[in-house]
Design a protein around this ligand. Sequence first.
Ligand SMILES: Cc1ncc(COP(=O)(O)O)c(C=O)c1O
Length: 432
Amino acid sequence: MSNHLSTYKDRTNLIPYSSRLAEGRALVQDVWSIFNAANLPSDCLNLGQGYMNFAPPRWIVDSAETALRGVAANHYSHPRGRIRLREAIRNFYSPSFGKELNVESEILVTSGANEGQYSVFTAFLEPGDEVIMFEPFFDQYLPSVTFNGGKPVYVPLHPPSDNKKNPTSDDWTIDFDELRRAITPRSKMIIVNTPHNPVGKVYRRSELEHIAALAEEHNLLVMADEVYDCLVFDGKEHVRIATLPGMWDRTVTVGSAGKAFAATGWRVGWLIGPPSIIQPTLAATTRIVFCTNSPLQEAAASGLEKAQEFKFFETQLSEYTTRRAILMDAFEKLGLKYTIPEGTYFVLLDVSRVKFPHDYPFPPSIIGRGRDFKASWFIAIEIGVSSIPVSEFYCEEHANIGEAYARFSFCKDYDTLKQAAERLQKLKQYID
Ligand SMILES: Cc1ncc(COP(=O)(O)O)c(C=O)c1O
């Protein structure tokens, strides 16, 4: 017995972990843990991570409380999701899909959009299958694809040219020849995130038609990540790629109660698509989480049910329009270039003109990373406003595109944003 134990002198790493963790940057220190509030001065204003610093609406929270006080909603839900939420999703979304959604076969409630997307990858990827994503990409896509044996293939959105005045997210463009070249016989899926995090791009109908034609030609599954569909500004049209001719059959559309109702910690999301995509994904999600937490499904249902009565999404959009204006105004006064977002709650600031001393004491987590990491760190420490460096959302080969930008979130209350706007003016002294 004692002989057996002594075989292993170093007992700190007895069991080798799965090699899949070596893929998809899963073990690398990610940007969220570097730019975490815990690593920054305590009075630093957090415009880094994309979660709100305000509560969900009171009437939705009341529904959560009511659900918790009952019996049924404290127990397992059906793996498809609670029928009340599926019906609410059907009633809310059917008009924008131009069809009556079937609650049994075309809607699946998931534990946040993220888990829903993971489950689609589990359900559809074979080892070596390629998944095309536009850069900058939402960083969870990468490990979610590789954990499921897939291979990410990157196609960058091209930033506005330097001489473009007042660029908008629409000026970030797709090179369709590049996209076509990225497609191979192993291509299985393409992810289309509109409105786009972090660019704020709301894909034009013509762009989606082009993607749709390629998806049809190469038999690709389309993952339409539309978690910011309630945040589209200035009357811009949000087109669901699933509604383009023939696309329903190959598209799964992803939604999130976290984004819709300022409740990112609830972990409630949903997938909408044809039975041929929803049924295999149900098999995957059932194995992964079995079901999504029940009380907050009830609350999300009440949010969708009463949104119209409370003019919730209209009011929320107008509040976000004001928040966006506070931040854009600050950047305008600063004289730094930024991308006007047509959707989401992010603004990309061009930080390439921000100068920091060469001997600035950057921590080891920042040294060796892109210039944007240094700029974001410097702004957080010296100005007191945190942001997220954008090269994190690119593959190594294309990281230089992202190095010019820092992402600032405006899902924060007016006071925080006004304070941040004021502080950011101090950056003037560091602009060349
Ligand atoms: C583009 C995009 N997709 C998916 C998600 C995940 O949403 P959820 O919090 O519902 O998992 C996010 C969250 O930031 C996102 O930005």
